[in-house]
Ligand binder design. Sequence first.
Ligand SMILES: NC(=[NH2+])NCCC[C@H](N)C(=O)O
Length: 410
Amino acid sequence: MNQPPSAHGADSEVGTLQTVMLHRPGNELKRLTPRNNDRLLFDGIPWVARAQDEHDAFAQALRDRGVEVLYLTELITETLESEAARNHAITTALAGLHLGDTMRGYLARFLRDASPAALTGYLTAGIRNDEVRGGFGLVTSLLASDDFLIDPLPNLLFTRDSSVWVRDRVAVTSLAMPARRRETQLTELIYTEHPRFRGTRKIHGWHHEHVEGGDVLLLAPGVIAVGVGERTTPAGVERLARQVFHAGLAHTVLAVPIAQERATMHLDTVCTMVDVDKIVMYPNVADSLQAHAVTTRDGSAGEGDLVLEVAPAEPFLVAAAKAMEIDTLHQIDTGLDPVTAEREQWDDGNNTLALAPRVAVAYERNLETNARLEEAGIEVVRIAGSELGSGRGGPRCMSCPVTRAPLPVG
Ligand SMILES: NC(=[NH2+])NCCC[C@H](N)C(=O)O
């Protein structure tokens, strides 16, 4: 629990995974109804107990490979043991302008009296108007009984998006969709106050331009690809580039435009690294994916003064190989007909989590993509995801690597 902060970090997508942060789905998923699931970014109403079983099997598959699994809610509860952290968490959770002073005052007192574990429950599963026993007034009368006073956070399941480690720093991200904004208040709290992470140096933050972790791929030490689309904005990738250059964490950032639609909400929905020089990629975009290489001349200036050099767009695989200083970044040609490819991409076939070079976790349902991965020499660790997948995320987005071993040299 008290490892020094320098023990954490990752500089690639494929170095042996040592520690990962997951979120076991909980009561926040029980809040989903056919009336709110779109706003809460779920495509269906998951069977929660089965989702938990699937998630437990995912966590076990990681432990079986020697990975230490940290659970987000346990980290939050441990963080909330501190009075200062508790006050901070309560103030930020109640900052919404929909509450009014009467209800805000009541909830602040109610939450302050809650145990750390109970408070974690309220912060993650939310509080509905008809669940409160006080604070009655204009706001409670006019809101519907099933309106949320504190929103549930069903997308906590996707720990990839709310923070991302770049070398020994953690970027607390800035999430674009209103339903997810509060997630980063929790990750920031963990990385600031939890004894295990205290002293960790941070970049970015929820008050900065939008960047989501699902868009950030550590292609190789020093080379970061960032998808720009529905979630990460052009200004977001510029901000991230300035920070990583200023801190000496990378020499090249590849800005990769992706279609602004749900099926391709993050770069990791269309491609993920499975080896030091192999990437599995959705064939329907493989030929059209482009990248602008962003570099800087001189790292000594202040972050805002850095002059960024932005290269003209090139095919993504070409720009990536150049930046990575390898001959070829091999695309695993999933070779699928366009319809199967589209179906398996939708079901997160391209969203794999590498446990080490050439070992990747994938949903079992994507039969053809997995078969092609194996033909290419990748060991596929299959997990069930019929319920987990209803939130539109796969093994990569359900995991935030906290520590990966550096890649072997040569
Ligand atoms: N990195 C990812 N692909 N994350 C998937 C996130 C899915 C989530 N329901 C959302 O819409 O935000």
